[in-house]
Design a protein around this ligand. Structure first.
Ligand SMILES: Cc1cc2nc3c(=O)[nH]c(=O)nc-3n(C[C@H](O)[C@H](O)[C@H](O)COP(=O)(O)OP(=O)(O)OC[C@H]3O[C@@H](n4cnc5c(N)ncnc54)[C@H](O)[C@@H]3O)c2cc1C
Length: 440
């Protein structure tokens, strides 16, 4: 090995355990620091490593879905988390769900049977110096460490809350019902505008008022910024409050009627390819199935597929595209890597994937041998691209979805899309592995 610096991984969650496994089986000594059971985050309950804090489902297991494809790629790279999940699965249809206690136990057993791993159960309050470090402390990173990260990256680059607006798959928007315009602009604008007449607006507001909401968790105070209020709170404030807020029609003339609609929902392009659009200002605590039902009342979105639904929850994450290299290293301190949900991915499998990538990159950087990052045609590469190359001033966490991938060339029928993404991804993954020597 070229580098003799000690390796410290902070956080024994999904990303940290995966990273420790990948490094140890490549011959590195690793110290894994986990603050439980001495200190628990407000959501963690079990003393075990790799705790699933909420659902026991790792979502779809079908390789033609983006998250199923990510699982397959992880399996091909000998992922510890996937091995444990497959070994402890419980019946869940097309999803992969696990017995969470057995799942964590399997991870702990495999990890601790691997030579080279030292588990230290102690909170990390500072960023360790003179070491190669992976920070994988997740969405509920403890306060002292969050403060240390903030002082390193700047307060503006560390977020503590997510106010997420839904994202729609552009291919599923009915363009015949909406018009393109920017507010007060003449000619073709940048936004897709869904116009609502008075009746449609009233019905939509009523549905929002009656929709089932997700209750705040005990550690989530419901103090919102006035500029970032959930739509249901705005709806409750009065008949027209939404129309004066995110559904404001002023300056948006529908070319088909020559006048401003009663209300408008604006969709803003989310990525350069134009495959994703977000619903501007539509952060919400409505339950996800309710969001799908209610948002499909909007003209033009009747058949929409939502690649991300709205939410508001506590989440510590950094502005990775600004701060990290393609290899998940902090630009201002290349000894420091970030992995897991703190990099701006969302979900168990995605966090695992970024843990695995951070370990592969650290391994190769320590060896001093050149290597390529996975292409954006793979699920791993698409996630990495989101983390390290998303554009725009704001950066919001994402689940893996096909909108993050390099678009498919040519016209592909909707029902064939998953298959095509999968075939291309698995071919390119094997090619990348061969070229860069990433053997399992
Ligand atoms: C309340 C809640 C519910 C969620 N529900 C779901 C869900 O249903 N499905 C889903 O896919 N995702 C869910 N998520 C997101 C989920 O947490 C992540 O997808 C995933 O667990 C993140 O993995 P991670 O390894 O990055 O972080 P974690 O799994 O959270 O692991 C981080 C670890 O770091 C430890 N740690 C924190 N600070 C320190 C420190 N200073 N020193 C040492 N150790 C430290 C923690 O104790 C923890 O064990 C939820 C998140 C929250 C907060």
């Amino acid at each position: 090995m070229n580098s003799r610096k000690p390796i410290i991984i902070v956080g024994g969650g999904l990303a940290g355990c995966e990273a420790a496994w990948q490094l140890a089986k490549r011959g590195h000594g690793v110290t894994l620091r986990e603050m439980k059971p001495g200190t628990f985050s407000p959501a963690h309950r079990s003393p075990q490593l790799a705790e699933l804090v909420c659902s026991n489902s790792l979502r779809s297991n079908e390789r033609t879905s983006a998250v199923g494809l990510l699982k397959e790629e992880l399996r091909r790279l000998d992922s510890l988390v996937m091995a444990a999940a497959d070994a402890t699965s419980v019946p869940a249809g097309k999803a992969l769900a696990v017995d969470r206690t057995l799942f964590s136990a399997a991870i702990e057993k495999l990890l601790l049977s691997q030579s080279g791993i030292r588990l230290v159960r102690e909170e990390c309050t500072e960023i360790p110096a003179d070491s190669h470090v992976i920070i994988a402390t997740g969405p509920l990173t403890s306060d002292p460490l969050a403060a240390a990260i903030a002082s390193l990256v700047g307060r503006d680059a560390l977020y503590f809350y997510d106010a997420i607006a839904p994202i729609v798959d552009a291919a599923t928007i009915d363009l015949s019902k909406i018009f393109r315009a920017s507010r007060y602009d003449e000619g073709e604008g940048d936004y897709l505008n869904c116009p609502l007449d008075e009746g449609q607006y009233g019905a939509f507001r009523q549905a929002v008022l009656e929709g089932r909401q997700i209750a705040a968790r005990p550690f989530e105070d419901e103090k919102y910024f006035e500029g970032c209020l959930p739509i249901e709170i705005l709806a409750r404030r009065g008949t027209d409050t939404l129309r004066f807020g995110p559904m404001k029609p002023v300056g948006l003339v529908d070319p088909r009627t020559g006048s401003e609609p009663h209300a408008v929902i604006q969709l803003r392009q989310e990525n350069r390819e134009g495959s994703l659009y977000n619903m501007v200002g539509f952060q919400t605590k409505l339950a996800w199935p309710e969001q799908e039902r209610i948002f499909r009342m909007i003209p033009g979105l009747e058949q929409a597929e939502f690649l991300r639904l709205g939410s508001i929850h506590r989440n510590t994450y950094i502005h990775s595209p600004m701060l990290l290299t393609d290899t998940l290293q902090l630009r201002s301190n290349p000894d420091l890597f970030f992995a897991g949900q703190i990099t701006g991915v969302e979900g168990y499998v995605e966090s695992t994937a970024v843990g695995l990538l951070a370990a592969l990159f650290m391994h190769r950087i320590r060896l001093g041998t050149p290597f390529a990052t996975p292409p954006r045609t793979t699920a791993l590469g698409a996630l990495l691209h989101h983390v390290s190359r998303s554009e725009g001033k704001t950066f919001q966490p994402m689940n893996v979805n096909f909108g993050l991938f390099e678009p498919l060339g040519g016209k592909v029928r909707k029902k064939d899309r998953g298959e095509r993404y999968m075939e291309r991804a698995l071919t390119d993954l094997e090619d990348w592995r061969r070229r860069s020597g990433h053997t399992p």
